[in-house]
Structure formats: structure tokens, C-alpha cells
Write a protein that binds this ligand. Structure first.
Ligand code: BES
Ligand code: ZN
Length: 635
């Protein structure tokens, strides 16, 4: 038994003693019943110190000042605690925080200790409750806290004002919020954020003061999220931000100088929300806005409730990469309404979302565009399986074993693409109408709750399979979810357009001329497919004629530029290095940056010096998430 399991057994004993009298105490939050899912062993979160069955955070009130000079958030977090009878302490997650003190809601000091810091998990903050059901932690975040990136003006579009943004998923929010940073512990929250004069603060919540209020040290912005959310979904950004409405309940925030092209790219967002609602039920969060960040944002997008954070690399100028918005929007159901209870259940967030994203794309842009995207996803799945050690690789399982690991290690395309493929396989077995009805009902029944893989499987059996032995055998749920590899019944959605693209790629590889007219007519997925399906080894002459014909090295479309640069690096194609260096400098999206550095490092004497030279220059520009990954690649 591990230490944590021992504690857990003790907790269960404590709870069982008090079972006749359910967890009750004086204040209303303290009466909040323990969510049923948290009582199941599968919901035990190895990436948090919290002991939610003893004492659980139900609500957070942040009061923070963004100190740009010191690169620190400074202030307090007041937490409402639901505690079991007899609970003496509450355990919070922290990483790198400087704790100044803890009091109860009357200002009485409470005893606290900060445990030993683990490199992945950070340090537990244990507070003796002395009967309190609301505690106030005064603290500062560390200047190098991983969730927060403090940008110099030079790293923004406008180049004049600094910028701050946070990225919480998976376990980074403990670097700026001392709470129970576990996806199974949902919390409502409010925040008051003081930003320097001339900058605007936005958060993943209702904005109570869009213009801010005068405050010492700048302007104060207040926010409220009255729906319980997982802690990784609390997000903030501060910068020179403009807003432009896109529709009734949709809009976009970004820096003024890039607003025009940004708003152009996202005209369809309101329609996307409608399409999503028509599939799986009402949008539960009120507004749906986007925040398009500076280029160092480490992800394509992040589904922060009410305010998706997005990379500017999605702006292609022709709206061709908007499936990313469909993806983040879909998380408003699969992820934010019903989210993974632990990081081992990550596929419940991402697999469902990739499936749902594709259904939104199909509704809005038709079956062929959706099929092309799904087919590209199938290729990504094959690569992900190969990267994870082939069909027997343990990380090809949907339900992950993350013991002793950073959750980030398990977050591969397996969760995304095998997860989505599993759902397509179920859809095929039961028929779309029945599957859609089940999913809609599933989201409604589990709204604002966390879910485990075991919980989903049980729900699927109870409400969809209903004991039908033929269906059970046809789908093979347990193999899909708990075994490595890809089951034989996996549904591969094939694009009707790709065979012709593949044929042209093969012809080009054999010495044909670049298919210029076709390229002009092709959509982004077709162009991506063409480059990706060329043989990995091509002569400099072949690469040069491609580059000249399609302007690959100066591509503004980030997805096409990326697949081109991968091909170029694999062939040690020197003329593309300038373009490569610019791409690695101008944006810090991990999905692009990490594979390119990996490809360079794989090219021995040619690639390694290039990787080291470029990374020495670009490392300070990247967010901690990207840096951590690339550090491990470029040693
Ligand atoms: N929730 C993820 C981003 C994420 C994953 C953050 C794991 C931290 C840990 C987001 O929804 C996502 O999947 N983004 C993708 C884009 C999408 C279109 C597949 C990305 O960033 O590439
Ligand atoms: Zn996602």
C-alpha cells in the first residue's frame, strides 16, 4: 500500500463511521454532498495532494494584483471548504508559491505547513481548520511559475505593452492558485484582478466589470463563475485587448492591431455554437468568446469556459483552420460540462471532443470536409501508435497508467484519435440516431460533474448497450478502453478526395511536375495530405521544385508550413533553414515546435547544431509548457 492509499483507507473508515449522519457542518458550502464519482476508487487522483473525502474546496475567491515588474501574482485566495465530520485539516496543492499566512474568515490565524516539494506535483499546503469552513490564504506566485507567461512588449503584436496569460491544464494552476488542483474537484469561483493602467484583464468567467474600476496600482476587474468547474479551467489574460462581437452571444478579444484579420477568420463562430447545440443540447455557459493570444501560446487552443484561448497560428487568412474553434467549443460539453475525473481519463475530454468537433464540422461544412479532417486524424493515430511503441505500447491504451509520471507524458494523439475512433465505432454499431440520443442524454445526466473511464463504461452499458450480447461483442468496450493497440473493428473514415491526392504525390515523387493547378484548387486538408504522403526521402531538386511551385517556405498557413518543414528537415534541405528558423521564432505552439526540434536532433551532424543554435535564441520566448518539452529534446 502506498502512503496515499493508506490515507485513503483511513478516510473511508472515517467517513463510514459518520455514514449515518451525512457530511454536515455549519455553513452552506460545508453541507455540499460529496459528488458520487469522488467516492469511487477510480476517481482517486494521483496528481493531487487533496483528500476531498475529508475536506474539499467548493468555492474560490481570488483577489490578486498582477505585478508585471516582479512577474508575480500577489494577493489572496479565500476558499470555502466542505468538510467531513471530524475533519481537522484541509490539504491544498501548491507549486512554488510563497505563502504569507492563512486565516479563517474572521481573520484568526490558522496553523499551516508546506510539505516537501515534489518536482511534478509541487508541495501540499496543509491547513488546520480549527472548525473553520472558509479559509484565506495570502501568497505570491513565483516569477517562473509554469502556468503564467509574462511577455515583454516585444513578444506581442502591438510591441508596446506587456502581456500575461495563464495555461492551467493539466496541473499548472497550482503555480498561481492555492486550491485543490484536481479535475474531479469542481469549484465555483470569483476573482478580482488588478491590472496596470492601460491593460485589460479577461478571465474564463462572467465579466462583471468589462471596463474595470479604479484601484490602487491600476484597474480592478471582477469576474464570476457560478457553475462548478475543474480548477484547470480557471484562466486569466491581461494585455492591450480589444473586443469585437461575432454574433449574439459570441465575440473575440485580441490585440487591436490584429483584430481585423482575427474577426474575419471567425465569422462562423455563432453558427458553430448553434450546430453544436443542435447535436448535444443547449450551450450551458452563457457567452462563448475567443481570446486570440500572442504567438507564444503553447497550444492550438484551450477550452477555458466562456472564453476559449487560441493561438494566432490558427489565422490562415482563409478560415481554413477553424476546426480548432469547433474543437474548443465542443469541450463546452465534453470537458467542461462533463470532464475527466483524473488525468488517466484524459481521453474522455479529448476523444469525445475530437469526435464532436468533427460532427460540428460536418454540420457546417459538409461530409467531405469532415471526412478529410477525420482521415488526417487517422494518419495521426497511426503515427501516435508508432511513437508509443506500436500496438503493444502501454501508452496506446485509452485509460492511462500515469503512476509517478507527469500527466503531460500521457497526453498524446492516442487520447484524441483513438478516443474519437472508439466513439465512431460505437456510432457505427448502434446507428447515428441512437448514438446521438444517448450522447445528448449522457451530457444532460452528468452535467457539471466529473467522470471516470469506469463511470462512462458503466453508463454506456446501462443506457446504450442494455445487456444486448451482440452489441457488447461487436463493440468490445473493454478491449478499446483498457487494452493497448487498435481493435480490428476500428472505423476508418476515408476521404473521397484523398486517393487522387495520393496518386499525384506518387507521380510527383517519380519525377513528374508539381501539380500547380490542382494545388491552387485544393483545400488545406488536401494540401496537407499531399505533402504528408510524399515519400520521406526526396532529392534536393524535387524539394526545390515543390518549394518554388507552391511557395512552401513562405507559407502563411501554419499547418502546411509545418508539414513542409518536417519534410525539409528530414532531407537536410538547407535552403529551408531560414524559413524553419523564422517559424520556430515567430510562434511557440508546442505541436509545431517540438516535432521540428525532434526532427532536427535526429539529423546528426547536420541537424543538431542547427537545433542548438536556434533553441538558444528561441527558448526564452517559449511558454514553460513548450520549454519543458523541448528541453528534453534539445539537450
Ligand atoms: N485541452 C486541450 C489543450 C491541452 C491538452 C492543454 C493537454 C494541456 C494539456 C485543447 O482542447 C486541445 O486539444 N488543443 C489542441 C487543438 C485541437 C484542435 C486538437 C492543440 O492545442 O493542438
Ligand atoms: Zn481538446
Amino acid at each position: 500500500m502506498t502512503l496515499k492509499q493508506t490515507t485513503r483507507a483511513a478516510v473511508m473508515a472515517l467517513l463510514l463511521c459518520g455514514a449515518a449522519a451525512p457530511a454536515l457542518a455549519q455553513t452552506s458550502s460545508a453541507q455540499a454532498p460529496i459528488p458520487a464519482i469522488l467516492m469511487t476508487p477510480e476517481a482517486h487522483d494521483i496528481h493531487s495532494y487533496a483528500q476531498p473525502l475529508v475536506a474539499r474546496v467548493t468555492h474560490v475567491d481570488l483577489d490578486l494584483t498582477a505585478d508585471f515588474a516582479a512577474k508575480q501574482m500577489k494577493g489572496s485566495a479565500a476558499l470555502d471548504i466542505a468538510a467531513a465530520p471530524g475533519a481537522k485539516e484541509v490539504v491544498l496543492d501548491t507549486k512554488g508559491l510563497v505563502i504569507h499566512g492563512v486565516t479563517d474568515d474572521k481573520g484568526q490565524a490558522l496553523p499551516w505547513t508546506l510539505g516537501k516539494a515534489d518536482p511534478i506535483l509541487g508541495a501540499p499546503l496543509t491547513v488546520t481548520l480549527n472548525g473553520a469552513r472558509r479559509i484565506v490564504v495570502s501568497y505570491d506566485s513565483a516569477p517562473d511559475g509554469a502556468a503564467l507567461q509574462w511577455l515583454d512588449p516585444a513578444q506581442t503584436a502591438g510591441k508596446k505593452k506587456p502581456y500575461l496569460f495563464s495555461q492551467g491544464e493539466a496541473i499548472l494552476n497550482r503555480t498561481w492558485i492555492p486550491t485543490q488542483d484536481s479535475p474531479g474537484i469542481r469549484q465555483t469561483w470569483t476573482a478580482r484582478i488588478v491590472a496596470p493602467e492601460g491593460l485589460k484583464a479577461v478571465m474564463s468567467a462572467e465579466m462583471l466589470t468589462p471596463e474595470g474600476e479604479p484601484a490602487a496600482g491600476g484597474r480592478a476587474y471582477r469576474f464570476k463563475m457560478d457553475k462548478p468547474v475543474a480548477s484547470y479551467l480557471i484562466a486569466v489574460a491581461i494585455g492591450d485587448l480589444a473586443f469585437e462581437p461575432l454574433g449574439q452571444r459570441t465575440g473575440v478579444y485580441t490585440e487591436p492591431s490584429v483584430m481585423k484579420k482575427t474577426a474575419y477568420e471567425f465569422v462562423d463562430v455563432e453558427k458553430m455554437v448553434e450546430a453544436a447545440e443542435s447535436l448535444y443540447g443547449p450551450y450551458a455557459w452563457g457567452r462563448y468568446d475567443l481570446l486570440v493570444l500572442p504567438p507564444s501560446f503553447p497550444f492550438g487552443g484551450m477550452e477555458n469556459p466562456r472564453l476559449t484561448f487560441a493561438t494566432p497560428t490558427v489565422i490562415a487568412g482563409d478560415r481554413s483552420l477553424v476546426s480548432l474553434v469547433a474543437h474548443e467549443l465542443a469541450h463546452s460539453w465534453s470537458g467542461n460540462l462533463v470532464n475527466n475525473a483524473t488525468w488517466s481519463d484524459f481521453w474522455l475530454n479529448e476523444g469525445f471532443t475530437v469526435y464532436f468537433e468533427n460532427r460540428i464540422m460536418e454540420k457546417l461544412y459538409g461530409p467531405e470536409r469532415a471526412a478529410m479532417l477525420a482521415d488526417l486524424g487517422w494518419s495521426d493515430l497511426q503515427s501516435a501508435i508508432a511513437d508509443a511503441g506500436g500496438m503493444t505500447g502501454p501508452d496506446t491504451r485509452l485509460h492511462l497508467d500515469l503512476a509517478g509520471r507527469d500527466p503531460d507524458d500521457g497526453m498524446t494523439d492516442i487520447a484524441y484519435e483513438k478516443g474519437a475512433t472508439f466513439l465512431r465505432t460505437i456510432e457505427k454499431a448502434v446507428g447515428r440516431a441512437r448514438w446521438d440520443a444517448y450522447l445528448k442524454d449522457y451530457f444532460a445526466r452528468h452535467a457539471f460533474q466529473s467522470q471516470t473511464t469506469a463511470g462512462f463504461v458503466a453508463d454506456l452499458r446501462a443506457n446504450l448497450i442494455k445487456g444486448d450480447p451482440k452489441l457488447e461483442a461487436e463493440i468490445g468496450i473493454d478491449q478499446w478502453v483498457y487494452q493497448p493497440g487498435l481493435p480490428d473493428n476500428a472505423v476508418h473514415v476515408k476521404s473521397g478526395a484523398f486517393p487522387a491526392v495520393d496518386a499525384l504525390a506518387a507521380a510527383y515523387a517519380k519525377g513528374g511536375t508539381p501539380p500547380i493547378a490542382k494545388w491552387k484548387a485544393w483545400s488545406t486538408p488536401e494540401r496537407t495530405r499531399f505533402i504528408a504522403s510524399l515519400p520521406r526521402k526526396l532529392s534536393s531538386e524535387r524539394l526545390a521544385s515543390l518549394d518554388a511551385a507552391f511557395g512552401l517556405s513562405t507559407q502563411g498557413n501554419s499547418e502546411i508550413r509545418f508539414v513542409w518543414l518536417e519534410l525539409a528537415v528530414e532531407n537536410r534541405y538547407q535552403p529551408a533553414v531560414t524559413s524553419l528558423e523564422a517559424f520556430l521564432t515567430d510562434q511557440g505552439r508546442r505541436k509545431f515546435v517540438a516535432p521540428l526540434f525532434k526532427d532536427l536532433m535526429a539529423q546528426g551532424d547536420w541537424g543538431q547544431p542547427i537545433a542548438k543554435r536556434i533553441y538558444a535564441k528561441t527558448r526564452p520566448l517559449y511558454h514553460a509548457v513548450t520549454r519543458q518539452t523541448v528541453d528534453a529534446i534539445v539537450k
